[in-house]
Design a protein around this ligand. Structure first.
Ligand SMILES: [Zn+2]
Length: 252
């Protein structure tokens, strides 16, 4: 279909705006970044500050389009039930990167390493939305060009950890089995497809990703989903949808 490229941020924003209108969600432009609007979408339950907040974000790396497409496909399938959840959705945090198929933004910055830079306009704008909120579940959607299956990162403060990650992998496996690698991105997996790290206090020195900011400061549970970007787009999108659905089912 014309303009249905997964790398067209204008079409993506239009589809989200149409969906929001149809399902009763609010859309606002959080800021402009690199000449594109960054949208923030909230449900009535979020705007009323009901408990059990859910944070969903995609597209901070522009060369990982199954995240942005998967989040939209999930929301389109949910339809009006979205209204009942206290939801904050950030459908695409790096639209310029999506358009250019670039991990980084126009200035060459990896926005997923900027979360302990409080002066960064994007980081500041997202943090202002989270001020005083207590997020029950945060999902950040990514892809890996070395990926050989589905995997997730889970920073945790629970010992022993809960079994959410294992359950998400199990739900997703009929669509895409877990990545079989024992070491992913330099880190040993704790089980097939799971990179779990016990983390309780932030490092001031290391550049902070979005997920770790959420884990340390805002969210009870944080997962980063990774699909293999060399696989067919349809499978990767279906995998992201299944993983979002599995995580939300567990969070009640
Ligand atoms: Zn990424």
């Amino acid at each position: 279909m014309r303009n249905r490229s997964p790398h067209n941020p204008t079409t993506l924003a239009r589809r989200w705006t149409t969906l929001a209108r149809r399902t009763g969600l609010a859309v606002r432009t959080l800021l402009e970044h690199d000449g594109h609007p960054i949208l923030a979408i909230t449900s009535p339950a979020w705007d009323r500050d009901e408990p059990g907040d859910v944070y969903l974000s995609a597209g901070i790396h522009g060369d990982e389009p199954a995240g942005t497409e998967g989040l939209l496909a999930w929301a389109e399938a949910e339809g009006r039930t979205l209204r009942k959840l206290p939801l904050l959705i950030l459908p695409c945090l790096n639209p310029w990167g999506l358009q250019e198929n670039s991990r980084r933004d126009r200035s060459g910055r990896d926005l997923n390493r900027a979360w302990n830079t409080p002066a960064h306009p994007l980081v500041r704008a997202v943090k202002s939305l989270l001020d005083g909120r207590c997020v029950r579940l945060a999902l950040t959607l990514h892809e890996d060009y070395d990926g050989q299956g589905f995997y997730l990162y889970e920073p945790t403060r629970f010992r022993p950890p809960n079994v959410w990650a294992e359950r998400i992998l199990k739900q997703v496996a009929p669509i895409l089995p877990p990545d079989p690698r024992k070491r992913i991105d330099g880190r040993l997996t704790t089980a097939p497809g799971i990179i779990r790290r016990y983390l309780v206090s932030p490092s001031r020195l290391a550049p902070e990703p979005e997920a770790l900011y959420l884990h340390y400061h805002v969210a009870e549970r944080t997962f980063t989903f990774e699909t293999p970007s060399e696989f067919a787009l349809g499978v990767r999108v279906a995998t992201q949808v299944a993983a979002i659905r599995a995580a939300l089912t567990m969070s009640g």
